[in-house]
Write a protein that binds this ligand. Sequence first.
Ligand code: SF4
Length: 229
Amino acid sequence: MPRESKKSKVARVTEFCHRMDALYGSEPSALDWRTPFQLVIAVLLSAQTTDAAVNAVTPKLFGRWPDAASMAQADVGEVAETIRRLGFFRTKSQHCVACAQMIMSEHGGEVPRTMEDLVRLPGVGRKTANIVLNKAFGIVEGIAVDTHVFRIAQRMGLTTASTPLAAEQDLLAVIPQELWGGVNSEWIRFGRATCTARLAKCEECPCEDLCPRRPVRHGAGQAKKRRRS
Ligand code: SF4
C-alpha cells in the first residue's frame, strides 16, 4: 500500500475532526467541577476510572475541601477515605493534598496557567495539563491523548507511536491547531460509543470512508479468539 502523503492525511483528519465536532461538540464536560482547582483534582482522580465514578465522590470531596487552601491542610487518610471507591485511591489522595500544597506554596493559591508549571504539580502529567489549560482557561497548547484518543489515532493511521505521549506529537503535526481543543472530549465520546476498544462498530461509523479500517482486522481477530475459547 503506497505511503499516504501528509497533505492527504491532514485533509482526512481535518474532516474527521469536523464530523466529531458535529456529533459531540455541544455536549457538556463529563466531569463535574466549578473551579480550575476542582478540575485539576477531578481529572487527576479520573485516571484508570470512569467519569461517573469521579462525579460520585467529588460532591463530598469538594464539599469538605473546596479549594487549594483547604485541601492543602487536609489529612491524607481522610481524603483517601472519601475517595475510597476509586482505583488507586491512596496514591490519588496523596497527589490531591500535595498538589494543593504546591499550588498554595508556589502559585499563591491559583492553578498555574502554563504547561510547564502544571506538569510540575504532583500527579499531573501532560494529558491532565492539556485538559486543564483547555477547559479551565481556554488555552490550547496540545492534545490530551488518553487511551481512547490513542486507539483512534492508531486505527485511523495517524500514528505508529508506542505511547500516548509520542502519539500526541504525531497528532499535532497533522491536525490544524484550531481543532486541537475539541479532540480529547469528542474522540473519547466516539471511542466509547463507536470506535470501542474490543471491537470497533465500523458498520455504524460515520467516518468509515475516512478510516483505513485497520481495526476491523484487529476486531475480527478478537472475535475469532473469542469463538475459539
Ligand atoms: S471505521 Fe471503525 S476503526 Fe475506523 S474510526 Fe470508524 S469505528 Fe473506528
